[in-house]
Write a protein that binds this ligand. Structure first.
Ligand SMILES: [Zn+2]
Length: 436
């Protein structure tokens, strides 16, 4: 892993997020980083030729990615060192109908994706990014997936003036999920119906005929780039810190060389909607890749089982930082500090996979990395979130620990965190990948 000072490391992470306004962009960007470091791309529908000392990656459906480095001694006794994270963030997805009339405007119909803090998307310079399937007779399937991204502010969710919503500061902003979320796009025109206007816009961005756009997955993204804030730049802010910051940490820490065993980073789409999908963490993607790696290294079923039993999985996802203006929403014994290092997340109910063995294991890793670490426990009187750790642990039978960097305003359009925590996490994960 290249040496970097903590501030540059965080700036690199923000640049990665700003280049990744959708999960498809996050994976394309990750693939580019891996190619530059000499990782070789594998295709799922082709035979894999793997060997000791090799570094590879595979992409499923454009928005989940698994990258790995095989040790010079092959799988050995230590098995797999896996870091899991997710490429998606909560927000909105444009409905298949696209734009519609909302007199006197053309507005985009959107579905809610995951659990965003809806109010934080109001009054921001929003745009669209994602994937479009375009008709293409030169392809065997007749269609080609294309990435699209508008760099300029394109759509907006304006607030209602306080003079018409006098209770907003006492009651909070409440948005009707069906009627008050369509995003303002443009004024209605006599010549071009809104649906066609939107298709024309997309077609122009792709250099394609509007009639050739067959389907899309378009995320609503914020155009404001990431920033450092505070007198010394000790804090940072951006959209999608949950969980592209962990994706970046996993990719940065993933080694190009290892003596024994396999170091692997697994970045999944669909965590924010439950992971139950073709490319989600609850599916068989990671299991299939682990199986193919073991098979590629001539390991039989028995040896593969033994390798899994010796393996560890670190599920890296954002953690809730202590918010001093809301002390009653935190557990007094487990106040997690921003810039206080990676957070281990034990949970007796297994909403997080961390048990006592995992907690001790990761605390020791941080010690040997020279990195501070903290423990987060959710209040008993608040429902706890979850992540990909428990489902991967259950599915694979691999010991798993849930960890993450502290974050304020999780699922806001603009989350904030500590500038030094990213480097702490990268160093802890690098030590994990090196461990035998
Ligand atoms: Zn997350």
């Amino acid at each position: 892993m290249a040496e970097a000072d903590p501030v540059s490391r965080s700036r690199e992470m923000l640049a990665y997020i700003d280049a990744s306004p959708s999960p498809w962009h996050a994976v394309a960007e990750a693939a580019e980083m891996l190619e530059a470091r000499g990782f070789r791309r594998l295709e799922e529908d082709q035979p894999w030729e793997l060997g000791p000392g090799g570094s590879y990656y595979v992409v499923r459906d454009g928005s989940s990615l698994i990258a790995f480095t095989i040790g010079n001694q092959g799988l050995g006794q230590s098995g797999f060192r896996i870091v899991g994270a997710h490429t998606d963030s909560p927000g909105f997805r444009v409905k298949p109908g696209g734009a519609m009339a909302k007199d006197p405007l053309a507005a985009l119909g959107v579905e809610i994706y995951g659990a965003p803090i809806l109010a934080t998307f109001t009054d921001r310079d929003l745009t669209l990014a994602g994937r479009v399937f375009v008709r293409d007779p030169s392809e065997a399937t007749g269609v080609r997936p294309r990435l699209v991204r508008f760099d300029r502010p394109l759509v907006r969710l304006p607030n209602l003036a306080i003079h018409m919503n006098r209770e907003v500061n006492r009651e909070g902003l409440k948005l009707d999920h069906q009627d008050q979320l369509p995003l303002f796009l443009t004024t209605l025109s006599q010549e071009l119906p809104p649906g066609q206007r939107f298709r024309q816009l997309l077609g122009e961005a792709l250099g394609a005929e509007p009639d050739d756009l067959l389907s899309w997955s378009l995320a609503v993204a914020d155009t404001q780039p990431g920033s450092l804030w505070g007198p010394e730049g000790e804090f940072l802010a951006d959209g999608q810190l949950d969980n592209l910051a962990s994706c970046h940490a996993a990719l940065t820490a993933l080694p190009r060389e290892r003596e024994e065993g396999v170091a692997l980073a697994a970045l999944f789409d669909h965590e924010e909607v439950g992971s139950e999908s073709y490319k989600g963490a609850a599916g068989e993607l990671l299991e299939a890749v682990l199986e193919r790696i073991a098979a590629g290294l001539d390991r039989n079923q028995e040896a593969r089982r033994a390798a899994l039993a010796g393996s560890w999985l670190v599920s890296a996802d954002a953690a809730h930082a202590y918010h001093p203006s809301w002390p009653r929403h935190h557990d007094d014994q487990h106040r997690v500090r921003v810039n206080g290092g990676p957070v281990i997340k034990p949970n007796a109910a297994q909403r997080y996979a961390t048990d006592d063995a995992g907690e001790a294991y990761f605390a020791r890793l941080c010690e040997s990395a020279g990195v501070p670490c903290q423990r987060y426990v959710h209040r008993n009187d608040l429902p706890c979130g979850s992540t990909i750790g428990p489902m991967l642990a259950a599915r694979l039978g691999v010991r798993t620990v849930d960890v993450g960097s502290p974050l304020w305003a999780m699922h806001s359009a603009r989350e904030s965190a500590g500038t030094f925590d990213h480097d702490y996490l990268v160093r802890a994960l690098a030590t994990f990948f090196e461990s035998g």
